[in-house]
Every structure is written in C-alpha cells, then in structure tokens.
Design a protein around this ligand. Structure first.
Ligand SMILES: Nc1ncnc2c1ncn2[C@@H]1O[C@H](COP(=O)(O)OP(=O)(O)OP(=O)(O)O)[C@@H](O)[C@H]1O
Length: 252
C-alpha cells in the first residue's frame, strides 16, 4: 500500500497493544511530519514507550497500522524500520564506551550504509554544528552524562533518518544541559528534514520545544494540540494531578 497523502509522514493509526490481559495502547493514532517536533507526554505507565516500541518495530502491535512515508511498516523488524528512515534513542544511553565521540557518530552513518568518506564528513559536520568538535577524540566512557546524550542523538541523525524518536533525552540532565539540548534539538527538523517525536518528563523542555503535543493516559489519547491548548485542557490537568505531576512549564 502506498498512500500519497502520507508521503512525508510517520503515522500510527488505531494502534492497540495488549500485554497478557493489559491493554497498554488502546486505539492510538498519531502522525509526525519531517519538519515537526511533536511531544508524546502522559503520566507514568500511560503507554508512551510502548508506542515508541511499536513505531520502531521493537513490538508488533495487536492491531493498527504504522506507515513511513506512505509505506506500511507495521510489525517489521527494527532494522527494516530504520532502513525506512526511522531511528530511535533509548531511555538509557547506549554508546560505545571505548570508541571516541567521532567514531561513535561515524558508526551511525556507516551502520546505515553510508560510504566511509561520506560518513566521516557527516560525523565532522555534526560535531561542528552541535558545538562539540572539541570532544571528537574523547572516549564515550569519559563523557559526562549530558554529553553522552547528545552524542547518542548525533549518532542517530548521522544515519540520515527522516524521523527521530527520542525517549527521555533530558532524563538526568541539569537545567543548563537541558536548555542546551533544547537549542540543539529545535534546529534538527529544518537543518536535516528530520521530524522528532520526543518523550520527556521535563515539561519545561517539552512546552518550549514542541509544536504539538499528544497526550496519553492509561493507553488512550486524551488530548492533542499546541502546548498552550494542552496545558489548559482540564482532562490533561486531571490526569497529571492524579499522578501529582501537572504539565506546567518548569515542572519536571
Ligand atoms: N513488555 C511488557 N510486558 C507487560 N507489560 C508491559 C510491557 N511493557 C510495558 N508494559 C506495561 O504497559 C503499560 C505502559 O507502559 P509504558 O512503559 O509504555 O508507559 P510509559 O508511559 O512509557 O511510562 P514511563 O513514563 O514510566 O516510562 C504499563 O502498565 C507497563 O507496565
């Protein structure tokens, strides 16, 4: 199936995910363009990571469809999904600790089949653009936590992906690092034609970074809209109050 209206979009339609009696996702539909930053938020256990797992092929959904640029990719293996242009990062950093920053980023490009000379140029360009060229020879294990996070994101971008799924990239960052991350992420869609779907509990980051938010609670979509619309939505406030973490900018 090739749907022309979704030619430059990642979509999930009517996704259901059951785990042995627990419905973790219940009829969730979401879409992400290549020039957008969309936030996926919701209280703990609302299904955010499960949705990212379905989009990235780590889980085959019980029902529903995932498309990338109009092509159905539902249930395909993560490797095939990354070839189709979708790459993710994880809640825990996964860098090669004994390789340098430069090698880690270059490896992202090489792993995506980009030729060695182009991969080298790309790694160089990304380190410069993100202002971490001075770290190029530092080993992964020697980086601060915040630096590791950025290198992981650069490694994903180096694949030339069209869609980047970031699972809690600001977790463990201090306020200054989180602010820097905000500036670095906000340019990615325009610079690389790469849309971002981001999960994070740092509402200050989410509210300032995202053009749209998608809110889950207990596996269901309870709101979609701009950060302002979502913050003013009583259903969202109630869901967060139940979890004692209202989505106020500044809360984390
Ligand atoms: N592999 C699994 N097997 C069984 N239950 C699971 C599995 N993965 C997730 N769940 C359950 O599905 C629900 C949604 O979990 P999920 O991790 O997607 O939530 P989340 O919104 O990402 O939470 P958090 O903000 O805490 O990371 C939870 O009740 C969780 O316990």
């Amino acid at each position: 199936m090739h749907d022309l209206s979704n030619r430059e979009r990642l979509t999930a339609s009517g996704v259901v995910m059951d785990f042995a009696g627990l419905r973790a996702l219940d009829d969730v539909s979401l879409s992400l363009g290549q020039h957008e930053i969309v936030g996926l938020i919701g209280p703990n256990g609302s299904g955010k990571t499960t949705l990212v797992n379905v989009l990235s092929g780590a889980l085959a959904p019980t029902a529903g469809t995932v498309t990338i640029d109009g092509e159905k990719v539902t249930g395909l293996a993560p490797r095939k999904i990354s070839h189709a242009g979708l790459v993710r990062t994880f809640q825990t950093v996964r860098l090669f600790g004994t390789l340098s920053v430069y090698e880690n980023v270059q490896l992202g490009a090489l792993g995506a089949g980009i030729r060695r000379s182009q991969a080298a140029a790309k790694a160089h360009e990304l380190l410069e653009l993100f202002g971490i060229d001075h770290l190029r020879d530092v080993l992964g294990d020697s980086l601060s936590y915040g630096q590791k996070r950025i290198v992981e994101i650069l490694r994903a971008i180096a694949t030339d992906c069209n869609y980047l799924l970031l699972d809690e990239p600001a977790a463990g960052l201090n306020e200054e690092e989180s602010d820097r991350l905000l500036g670095q992420l906000s340019n990615i869609p325009d610079q690389f034609g790469c849309g971002i779907l981001i999960i994070d509990h740092d509402m200050n980051l989410i509210m300032r970074l995202c053009q749209r938010l998608h809110v889950l609670n207990q596996g269901k979509t309870i709101a979609e809209g701009t950060p302002e619309q979502v913050r003013a939505n009583p259903t969202v406030v109630e869901a967060y109050l139940g979890s004692q973490a209202a989505p106020e900018a500044g809360a984390s």
